[in-house]
Design a binder for this molecule. Sequence first.
Ligand code: ADP
Ligand code: MG
Length: 266
Amino acid sequence: MMKQCMLEAKNIAAGYQGRRIIEGLNFQALRGELLILMGPNGAGKSTLLKTIAGRLPVMAGEMVLQGKAWDAFSVQERARQIGAFFPERIRTEHMTCREMVEMGRYPYTGHFGVLGKADRLAVEEALELTNVTELADKDLMELSDGQRQRVLLARAICQEPKLLILDEPTAYLDIRYQLEFLSLLRKLCKERDIAAVLSVHEVELAWRAADQLLCIKDGAMAAYGTPEEVLKEDQLQKLFEIDPDKLGKDGSPELEQYAKMLGRGR
Ligand code: ADP
Ligand code: MG
């Protein structure tokens, strides 16, 4: 069965103040899958993610969401479809985890909106899925980095998006939590039949967790395909100066141990 396309980018360009940073990007994000962006610092990964999340305008090309042109959506409609997770420093005073997750319902209720029954249900479901139900009444600032990342993921998913956008969600996590987070994300995408586009800094981790990889260099596509396809093209070596023969083989014992959690067998 052909996997359905959630988001298709056709030759898109984007950037800041009229200046193009990324250009000529073509890719698809499929339902149930993780599309992982890789590339050196400054390559344009965050710029692309901000564009998909609607924070930057599409300057050229076409973006298609669920078979419908980007412009055919109202801003609010699109906000409901796309859940975003950006590494902004969150500074909250006396906000509980549940309150943070409830913010994910804003596209439905508005900023001062009262949560209805369906909203509350979505919040509790998201807390449960990300394994933070026990932390729900704790102050957000009391949590570990790993726990806080999960709460932010819960906020993004309680919005019930079709597409999740995450910019380096595993940054600041140690290897165990990185793998835990990515396996949770994989599970979520499968169970809810949604797509995720995310950037991951660690090559080995990205390679193991991705269904599709998009390597970006200087704002252009350097490689795109399944991790195996990308590896064959030698692009990982060129981009990151790593030895592709070693990838997925002589990983650290810890990586090997947790690789199973990703269910990829690589
Ligand atoms: P990555 O996430 O791959 O590290 P970015 O998308 O953050 O790369 O950055 C790509 C390029 O865009 C860089 O050259 C960066 O200087 C530039 N850039 C990033 N943010 C802005 C901004 N707000 N205004 C202008 N240029 C920016
Ligand atoms: Mg970035």
